[in-house]
Write a new protein. Sequence first.
Length: 295
Amino acid sequence: MNEVKQNSLKAWFLAARPKTLTCASVPVMIGVAMAAHDLNYRINWIPAVLCFFFAFVMQIDANFVNDYFDWRRGNDDEETRLGPLRACSQGWVTPRAMIIALCVTTCLGGLIGLPLIIYGGWEMILVGVACVAFCILYTTTLSYIALGDVLVLVFFGIVPVCFTYYLQTETITSEVFKMSLLCGIAIDNLLIVNNYRDIDNDRRDKKRTLIVLVGRKAGFALYVAFGFIAAGFLFRKMVPVTSWAYLLVIYLVLHSLAASKMRQLEGRDLNIVLGATARNIFIYGLVVSLIFLLA
């Protein structure tokens, strides 16, 4: 990656981490699918599209925040870092440019989300402010005190699924809330793999992640359990309604294969599991969405 020119288009593309956008799309996808099912497919596509774009921009914003503040803490040195290389630490993007970029993406997210008050009321401003605030607090504070997984559950599960649904239906049902929890649990596996890989570095940096607290063995058990919980509870509910629920077996098989690799690998090799988990989460979102659309 030494050929990356500083502050070039390629540098910003790498800094944005486009692979993470698939996970950002999953909860919105599920929220739209559930609304379509309950409204007999009479979807208002304007707020739906705005939700997708807001999720994408805020994910990029979170990536920029993470890149910059981890660089400031010195957590991304090339010798010890096990995950994919980061833009600021590699010199692909200057710290000053990264600050400007994260300010731009934060403002852009606000502009994209602002029209949602037409469909969801002024309360949408509070939702947007919370998303921005915790986007910053995750990297700077909360991930260091074992609250990262809680934030994933809330901001990759409850908030996007429930409010995407709410913007279509003006209500949030108990089924939607339960589905949002399952979605958050599925997506949290990405953070579990990341922290499982980095457990030694996190201990060195006094970063008290959930995996640091419970250890590798329990962390692996959580990874396996979360995948089966996310699909298992939904599977039990949907099987009597539609045979399409059996598509969840695809996700469960892929999750099991990823867990098998996770048990065998360590260090940088776990990035293979990280990529497989991101793929599996996207497949989970597609399958769940299909189940609700075809039920």
